[in-house]
Write a protein that binds this ligand. Structure first.
Ligand code: SAM
Length: 307
């Protein structure tokens, strides 16, 4: 299918969530009403189905950007998202499972958001998730982004800023650790991997639904840090050349933990914004820690200091 063809499908899908008949490839044979108000159509059997194609396309950043949607896999994660107030717009699930309690809860949530239920075979779920052993269901949600202007120093909850993080697994793991350590959100500076990619969402294990995500360029971040420090916020940068051991740093006040790129580390232009620069001791032969590990260790040191 061409790019414009795929986008046409997407537009058609979004155009009118109610007007299901506007989807030519969507066979609503034997439309059934169940206990929910949401309609459970006949199982989708074809890979050419427009909804299947659209959900598959959400693996690509271009289509996530255009649609503003993303995929989350698994019952627990989708249920958590819904419990946190996220609207679910599509639910792709194993045909015949709609009466299982955890699926029923999601169908109710789908109904509240005027979403669509998409029962299908395991093979089709596999095609959408691109995994050999897919979860038995997948949800499509709308992305949420927080404005940089809305980020203010918070004494009880640190923020994490990441400079050009490239690895989706690292970003997902950082979201997970940030959520676990009570951080409020993550600021992505400059050209970062997409937090809403399937890989990052997978690695976040659902934490993406509970941390705020901000995206900005370096010059906006520099301007923002002026206000942050004017309001007595600290910026703690982590860098290999730093002389302060992370166990001796001052973690008082509202904190922004600033982490460098996987290859290049923090550039001098960002290091100079920091109120403190800390290092994690390296006792063996490795010259640095993995970015996500370094972020986790630092966040837990912040937590330890807040007891
Ligand atoms: N070659 C890079 C460098 O020179 O910084 C290594 C980058 S490291 C893989 C990615 C990021 O994790 C660093 O920019 C820093 O924020 C953090 N990091 C990793 N190990 C660290 C350590 N021992 N002390 C402080 N920060 C560390």
């Amino acid at each position: 299918m061409t790019v414009s063809g795929l986008w046409c499908c997407a537009v058609c899908i979004f155009a009118d969530a109610q007007a299901m008949v506007s989807l030519p490839q969507f066979c609503y044979i034997a439309l059934m009403k169940n206990n929910h108000h949401v309609t459970i159509p006949a199982p989708i059997t074809s890979t050419a189905n427009a909804e299947v194609k659209f959900l598959r396309a959400l693996h690509e950043r271009k289509y996530r950007r255009q649609s503003g949607w993303f995929l989350a896999e698994g019952t627990r994660i989708c249920n958590e998202a819904v419990a946190l107030g996220w609207d679910m717009h599509r639910l792709a699930f194993l045909a015949g499972r709609d009466n299982e309690t955890h699926v029923r809860k999601l169908l109710d949530a789908l109904d509240r958001a005027d979403g669509r239920a998409l029962p299908m075979s395991e093979k089709l779920l596999q095609r959408i998730s691109r995994k050999d052993n897919p979860q038995m269901l997948l949800g499509a949600f709308r992305q949420k982004w927080t404005d940089l202007d809305a980020v203010t120093p918070d004494l009880s909850r640190p923020w994490v800023a990441l400079d050009r993080v490239r690895d989706p697994g690292n970003l997902g793991t950082i979201m997970r650790s940030a959520d676990a350590a009570g951080a409020k959100g993550i600021i992505l500076i400059d050209d970062c991997t997409d937090p809403y990619s399937v890989e990052a969402v997978r690695a976040s294990m659902g934490a993406i639904f509970n941390v705020e995500i901000v995206q900005c360029n370096q010059s906006d971040f520099v301007a923002f840090t002026q206000q942050w420090t004017n309001q007595n916020g600290q910026i703690i940068g982590t860098a290999l050349p730093a002389s302060v051991d992370y166990r001796d740093a001052d973690y008082s006040g509202a904190l922004m933990i600033l982490m460098g790129n996987e290859q290049a580390g923090l550039p001098p232009s960002l290091m100079q914004l920091c109120t403190q620069l800390i290092r994690l001791p390296m006792l063996g032969r490795s010259d640095s820690l993995n970015l996500a590990v370094a972020t986790g260790v630092t966040l837990y040191e912040v937590l330890r200091n807040r007891r």
